[in-house]
Design a protein around this ligand. Sequence first.
Ligand SMILES: [Zn+2]
Length: 471
Amino acid sequence: MSTTLITGGTVISAVGRREADVLIDGESIAAILAPGQASALGIVGDAAIDATGKYVVPGGVDVHTHMSLPFGGTEASDDFETGSNAAAWGGVTTIVDFAVQNTGESVHDKLAHWHQMAAEQASIDYGFHQIIGGVDEESLKAMTYLVDNEGITSFKLFMAYPGVLYSDDGQILRAMQNASESGAVIMMHAENGIAIDVLVAQAVAAGNTDPKYHSYTRPVEMEAEATHRAIQLASVAGNVPLYIVHMSASEALEQVAVAQHAGRNVFAETCPQYLYLSIEDQLAQPGFEGAKWVCSTPLRTKHEHHQSDLWKGLRMNELAVVSTDHCPFCFKDQKELGLGNFSKIPNGIGGVEHRMELIYQGVVAGEISLERWVETCSTTPARMFGLDKKGVLEPGSDADVLIWDPNGKTKIGINDKHHMNMDHSAYEGFEIDGKVDTVISRGTTVVENDTFVGRKGHGRFVKRGLSKYLH
Ligand SMILES: [Zn+2]
């Protein structure tokens, strides 16, 4: 096994920073050494990386991606190859994607399908959450089996999308009770889909078909109400750990904060699109342009204080994690399915490449600390979802490393930095004060010198343990 010594950098963890050298042996971190210690011990490394002036941080962990997701008559445009490569370009070394089961389908068959898609394609490590789109005796049994045997310890349910992935309150309660028994985490898409579908039908009937009506028909009350209801159901189901995905609205965040103060096991994530993008600046662009930013939960108005509240939530740990909900669709032929009817626009934004960059910009802007950047983008997502060897640079952990250049610059855009399989960028023209320098996945360099040097198939499925966040 070969060794690599990363010298001269500043190692950032969730709790602090120090000048240190990082010794990698094979696929693992072997030691974190004080400056000068390596030469005193005669350690040189088979390979050496000079990280002087740079930050050395645990590789990014994005726990919410949808490679090749079937949605609205089409499929997310990144597969596990293009999507994992783009993730690596963005300093991400682990993704947790969603295997999808719909009503009447076998959970085991669908999980096998996702395994098959990822196994030969992924260039970085990956795990799966299981979406349960049809809660019944069979799928409940499968949930227990997956926790006990398959390293799948989190299940996502939908209060949105009636007739597709939607679960009613009774089904949600049953799945939560099951998870409470097995120790799994319940992830929730919290929007009141039944009421939203009424608003959507009314908007379309009234001729209000532009992309911006996607947000107007999914008002914050519908996110806040569903969040509240999910929290109450989780409480009844034995205080099962509940993780609200893609939180976009102050009113929903408030529900999480209240529950946390009451001692409930409630957690939440947000995504860069909710921290940076809005109805006015993106979704309401003239004509059909806004379709690029149709996602659920939707972008919110910039005239309320959603974005500042979400940043505050990240500081206060009301929001524990930043993920991307990476679900890319091309404008041509995919987003265009909704020309003349916003409700037919595939829901999703591609962002797996840009999360580390965009949240680092929050450090530059003074919203969060460097340590909190590492914590929300690497350490906590790993602990939350039982990725026991990810998210930290400690002896014995996987050698997943991002070397970040704080003096570099990144310009995001279709003709600038853009490696996702999409014909547009949701963050076109964004400029970041910092840059991905080198990315290492289990000891193997996958990005260096602005070049992808990884390989399809290097990525390995990671069996996850139970959430460590409560223990
Ligand atoms: Zn999602």
